[in-house]
Write a protein that binds this ligand. Sequence first.
Ligand code: GMT
Length: 378
Amino acid sequence: MKIGITCYPTHGGSGVIASELALGLAQGGHEIHIVSYATPFRLRSFHQNVFIHEVEVTSYPLFKYPPYALSLATKLVDVAREYGLDLIHAHYAVPHAASAYLAKEILRSKRLKTITTLHGTDITLVGTDKSFYQVIKFTIEESDGVTAVSRYLQKRTIDEFDIRREIRVIPNFVDTGRYKWDSSNCTREHFAPKGEKILMHASNFRPVKRVTDVVRIFARVREQMPVKLLLVGEGPERLFVQQLVKELKLSDDVLFLGEQDYLEKLMSCADLFILPSEQESFGLVALEAHSCGVPVIGTPIGGLPEVVTDGETGFLLPVGDIAGMSTKAAELLNNSELYGAFQKRARERAVRCFDSQLIIPRYQAFYEEILNSTQHSS
Ligand code: GMT
């Protein structure tokens, strides 16, 4: 197949999944064309079947907001024509699904199919904003195929947008061969020279991630045992988080590592991953932690319970329950037998349910199904 994939290139779950899917499909012999405004950060290994097409956005004094969605649609048209694409797969509905729809209309092609994968805030935060709602509903209805990364997101989309067509659940995935605990990756002594335990959090530091909760949970665990906190990522909350670390006098034990491209190497240093989000349609980073055998302390919201099994591979406590989360974190870290069982089950769960070799073929089968169908039911 000749597949166009459009996604955000920045650090974030949807770009990770789109890039890993592109590489997996390319390895399977498909020709992949990535269309985005930059090369996705996670497209870090070369494959001869992967082509990158950069969208150029023209600025003009009249444009307060350059119309990226139109430039993307134009690029998709050019690429589809030049390479004879069979389908365009849009990751994250806003605005990619609308650009893919427009490209197909411009091409007046019955053969070219469009598939939209819903990732999370494109539905829960952005898509339902009234400035986008009608376009997102329309493009969900008009895509030839739609997938959601969790059962939670599938239901939420149906409810929020009153959708009658099928939305297929294809969960996120991880390369468990690469995301695994590896002592040669592990620079624990560098971060924790006195053998302290290590807590980790990684995100784009947006308010929904509640990174200040991570710091408060850490502060309570630190009252009970020697421990360090690794904070990975960048985003709008970082300054508040730094301020809080100073106020709580934790600076010696909290390390801000910024954006990191090789999270799997850092995961090998972590004892626990903390993800106290107030929204999470899936929680790809929790899956990556599990794949490295790292239990997760999180919240029972959104699709996170579909990834983390409460009481078996981690603990899920109500949003904002800092006391509860720190108690559970300390309980796990203080009991090596219990910890070992969680570690083992976390890894097993990632391998058994979410390995890329299990999930990528599901996308491939879905593509074939859509290409072989003449119409979708809407
Ligand atoms: O960062 C992104 O690219 C998307 C991001 C978001 O905030 O929408 O993440 C979402 O998509 C990921 C990949 O499918 C999921 O693992 C995240 O749970 C989801 N984030 C939220 O729902 C907050």
